[in-house]
Design a protein around this ligand. Structure first.
Ligand code: CP
Length: 308
């Protein structure tokens, strides 16, 4: 039985199979409309979410399965002190697959050790967000035709941004991907990531201003300055509008440079960018449903809860 805790739980070859399946689902949704008839998915969210919870639920419903769950810790028995381990054991009695988002790093790993059903990590603190990464990779593969040979700028909160950490960890397994990190010094990418890039001999640059680098990017991955990860309000207020990508800055970008964002956005992408054909963040949301459909099918088969 397999889980998805980090993107590295799947080899590059397995990811290709997953993305091929996601593309097939996108093109032939009716073929898969009853693939999960009789199967149930539990979404256990101890942190707020719109996309990750509802896209998993949309994916399961699109496969003919059923969904249940809770959307905040206060409406679960976590409020009475129940551990993640016990909750995972209990959910295993109700559902065929479990999706968990939790503010503590490592919570999904703990759940996977105690569950007897596949566990999907929907974000654990500032650590990893693997289904967002699957979404990002499928989007890039469809927009650019390949996951090799491009320069990607990652902008915003690179310190606490779990989507950024997971995406970098996934992209280092592909050929000739160059990283340009754009952040205020206080929110720069953690040392363990730059050390990993140095060890692997993968090129990266660190910059503060978008304008200095946007002209030579193939992809620009914007992220939100995350209020919930700051220890004090003062630092958040100082940094929250550090980046605003607008139509003026987009004039400096190549004609084929796509803008991605895991969303939600606050102010970091002006709405005047939304109609630019290079703004791909809402297409990215739609790819997220297809890749989660492919993931649910793959994990349920691995657990013997669907026929091969
Ligand atoms: N991208 C993402 O994780 O969005 P939500 O927090 O709305 O799930």
């Amino acid at each position: 039985m397999r889980h998805l805790i980090t993107p590295q739980d799947f080899t590059v070859e397995e990811l290709e199979q997953l993305f091929d399946l996601a593309d097939d689902i996108r093109l032939h949704p009716d073929t898969y409309a009853h693939a999960c008839d009789g199967r149930k998915m539990a979404t256990c969210f101890y942190e707020p979410s719109t996309r990750t919870r509802l896209s998993h639920e949309s994916a399961m419903l699109g496969l003919g399965g059923q969904v249940m769950g809770f959307s905040e810790a206060s409406s679960s028995s976590a409020a009475k002190g129940e551990s993640v381990a016990d909750t995972a054991r209990v959910i295993s009695c109700y559902a065929d697959i479990m999706v968990i988002r939790h503010p503590k790093e490592g919570a999904a790993t703990v759940a996977s050790h105690f569950a007897s059903i596949p566990v999907i990590n929907a974000g654990d603190g500032g650590h990893e967000h693997p289904t967002q990464t699957l979404t990002d990779l499928l989007t890039i593969r469809n927009l650019k035709g390949s996951l090799n040979n491009f320069t990607i700028g990652l902008c915003g909160d690179l310190k606490f941004g779990r989507t950024v950490h997971s995406l970098i960890n996934a992209l280092v397994r592909y050929e000739n991907v160059r990283f340009v990190f754009i952040s205020p010094p206080e929110l720069c990418v953690p040392d363990y990531i730059t050390e990993m890039l140095q060890e692997k001999g993968i090129p990266y640059e660190e910059h503060i201003k978008i304008e200095d680098v946007i002209g030579r990017l193939d992809l620009l991955y914007m992220t939100r300055i995350q209020k919930e990860r700051f220890f004090n309000e003062e630092d958040y207020v100082r940094l929250k509008d550090f980046y605003i990508l607008d139509a003026e800055k987009m004039k400096l970008a190549p004609k084929d440079m796509y803008v991605l964002h895991p969303l939600p956005r606050v102010n970091e992408i002006s709405v005047d960018v939304d109609d630019d054909p290079r703004a791909a963040y809402f297409r990215q949301v739609q790819f997220g449903v297809y890749v989660r459909m492919a993931l649910i099918l793959t994990l349920l088969k691995s657990a013997g809860r669907l026929p091969e």
